[in-house]
Design a protein around this ligand. Structure first.
Ligand SMILES: [Mn+2]
Length: 319
């Protein structure tokens, strides 16, 4: 049977797919992109007797094409934790969707596989910045501190590779990065042996070094905003930088603005870790905004709306 695997190019998308294919191998066609390329189902053609598996992209953002595929007779299996809206009722759709805080797509696959490849789900939860979930799973499977820390780094590096304006900004096309992890059932073997792992670790280290000299354009006790330069390193590191700033200043909300190829800004917003609410409602006030309560973004903030955004950001999180 023809199989198409459609996945977000971040740690969660990769690890969700990887777990399922370790358990149920299939020679699949791959459809993926950068973290923000979420309208992936529009690229898929499939019909009767064909199977599409989808990992870690919002159903709501792909609804029309999901319905198109189902009506064409394809079977679709869907794993996701982003805003879904109403889930279409169709006999050919199996939806594993849970938008609860602290649940990522890889944890939904892990649940279906009864924990068969849980270490990859732990890395993914770290990648999505769900530290409490990741640590709880690590404890449950008896990993020690150093092992847990290795999976934390793995999740962060895989996630780091997904940020960019286009796949040209990334160290690896996410489909190629999946090819690198695919031979490894054991994430610790991937960490020890893979050159891809070493390259991502070095890349993140270099990009964070470049970010060291950044100073906030807005900063108080409740929020801070940074403007990044128009450079591939800045587009790659923005998401990781946002997570790191959030983890080291848990009472503060953060916003990062990075110039993109549309002459606009790509915006990453993180709600305070201590009260992870409201990032999505702020971003949804802007045309291309979306995301989750704790972490959201705006894909194309027109340059002339930057000031308006900063004012709204300050107002939204400033008390
Ligand atoms: Mn995710």
């Amino acid at each position: 049977m023809r199989q198409v695997d459609v996945f977000n190019g971040d740690a969660d998308g990769l690890c969700a797919l990887h777990q399922l294919r370790l358990a149920l191998p299939a020679a699949a066609e791959l459809v993926t992109g950068t973290k923000r390329d979420i309208k992936l189902l529009e690229r898929v053609k499939a019909g009767a007797g064909e199977q599409v598996s989808v990992f870690d992209i919002s159903l709501d953002s792909n609804r029309d094409h999901l319905v198109r595929l189902l009506e064409a007779g394809a079977s679709v299996e869907y794993f996701d934790h982003h805003h879904a809206g109403t889930i279409p009722q169709h006999p050919n759709l199996v939806a594993h969707i849970d938008t609860s805080a602290g649940v990522c797509s890889s944890m939904l696959v892990d649940h279906c596989l009864a924990g068969q490849h849980r270490r990859w789900a732990i890395a993914a939860a770290f990648g999505d910045n769900f530290f409490a979930s990741a640590r709880a799973m690590a404890e449950a499977v008896g990993l020690d501190g150093p092992q847990t820390e290795k999976l934390e780094h793995l999740g962060e590096y895989l996630n780091y590779n997904s940020y960019g304006d286009t796949v040209a900004d990334l160290h690896f096309h996410p489909a190629d990065l999946y090819g690198e992890i695919r031979p490894y059932a054991d994430p610790f073997a991937f960490i020890a042996e893979s050159e891809a792992y070493t390259r991502l670790a070095a890349g993140l280290h270099d990009d964070l070094g470049m970010a060291d000299s950044l100073r906030p354009m807005l900063e108080d006790a409740h929020c801070a905003a940074y403007l990044l330069p128009d450079a591939p390193w800045a587009r790659r590191v923005s998401g990781i930088l946002a997570n790191r700033l959030t983890n080291s200043n848990p009472a503060r909300a953060h916003a990062l603005l990075t110039p993109n190829r549309h002459g606009a800004y790509t915006v990453s917003v993180r709600a305070p870790l201590d009260n992870p609410q409201g990032a999505d409602t702020l971003c949804l006030k802007f045309d291309t905004g979306g995301g989750r309560a704790a972490a959201a973004g705006i894909n194309r903030l027109p340059a002339n709306e930057a000031e308006k955004f900063l004012a709204r950001f300050k107002e939204h999180f400033g008390k």
